[in-house]
Design a protein. Structure first.
Length: 318
């Protein structure tokens, strides 16, 4: 018999209202390399229970080669042509959260127009020092293969920032916990999409919300409170073996949705023991089933053979 999925846990109201207001539109993150578009995008998608796409990864999959190799073999114009096609395909499949490359939004008017028509755009803005701190150890940035990468970043920022200003929303990317940036994205999206339509009250003019978040007023991004009721993600940076630790109340309710957003189609294994399983296994399995994620289980709940205790009455060996 087919397995009956348990009802999915209810979305928090703010996230649910954003998803409803988006309709078939996607959320597109734009900005310079190193501002955190992929990292923030994955977490934002998990919060909104939307699929996540990294446009650079999709480009490499379509081309069958890495982006540095595309630049080397064919040049930047060829890469931009492919980038525009991939982003168009992703936008046609929405709704989703899409992280774009640094030049995707600035180099092609056709791409900006598609994003305006089919998405809400968020500019993650960072200064030169923050960007250089994050990208200086990376060798996969073709535009930074110069004698003075910092000067190159400054030049690119000067050229691109006037175009990034056309994004619908702006959030400052800086050295704070990633979940705080995600909280700010959620708050900005909710105000921009829902203040007029969800609240329905007088004075909730969407144009005022636009003016607040699109770069004319940075107070929100700097002063949004850290929501301690929301889960906190701790990044464990171990290179290829990096992983996240998620801390918070009721995180198991969204476990399946988080995994599905990060790795669509993935299988999972639950590793537990008798004590933990007694309290949390059923809830974990229900969350995975609700998200359509198959899971196997490995546990230490089986009774272990006990070694005989030494008999104190035995005569000592001589």
């Amino acid at each position: 018999m087919p397995e009956t999925a348990s009802p999915a846990p209810e979305e928090p109201r703010q996230e649910a209202e954003i998803s409803a207001a988006l309709g078939r539109r996607s959320i597109v993150l734009v900005g310079m390399m190193g501002v955190g578009k992929s990292t923030i995008g994955r977490r934002l998608a998990a919060r909104l229970r939307l699929p996540f796409f990294d446009a650079d990864i999709e480009i490499e999959a379509a081309a069958g080669m890495s982006i540095p190799d595309i630049f080397l073999a064919h040049g930047e114009p060829y890469f931009r042509d492919g980038e525009a096609r991939v982003i168009a395909r992703l936008l046609n499949g929405g709704p989703a959260v899409i992280a774009t490359g640094g030049g995707a939004f600035t180099e092609r008017e056709e791409t900006r127009q598609r994003i305006r028509d089919k998405a809400v755009s968020i500019w993650l803005k960072a200064d030169v020092d923050v960007i250089m701190k994050r990208v200086k150890r990376r060798a996969d940035r073709p535009l930074l293969q110069t004698e003075d990468p910092a000067a190159t970043v400054s030049r690119l920022l000067e050229a691109r920032e006037p175009v990034y200003q056309n994004a619908d929303l702006k959030i400052l990317s800086r050295d704070v916990p990633h979940d705080r940036i995600v909280d700010e994205c959620i708050d900005a999206l909710h105000d921009w999409l829902c203040r007029k339509h969800c609240a329905g009250g007088p004075g909730n003019d969407a144009s005022n919300v636009y003016n607040e978040y699109n770069g004319r007023d940075e107070r929100h991004a700097m002063t949004a409170p850290l929501k301690h009721s929301d889960p906190i993600t701790v990044d464990v940076a171990l290179g290829d073996r990096a992983y996240d630790i998620i801390i918070g109340r009721d995180v198991l309710q969204s476990l399946g949705a988080r995994i599905a957003a990060l790795r669509p189609g993935v299988r999972t294994a639950i590793v537990t023991d008798r004590t933990v399983a007694r309290h949390w296994l059923e809830q974990t399995q229900a969350s995975l089933v609700a998200a359509g994620i198959p899971a196997s289980m490995s546990s230490s709940t089986k009774a272990r053979a006990r070694r005989p205790m030494p008999d104190s009455r035995r005569s000592p060996r001589r």
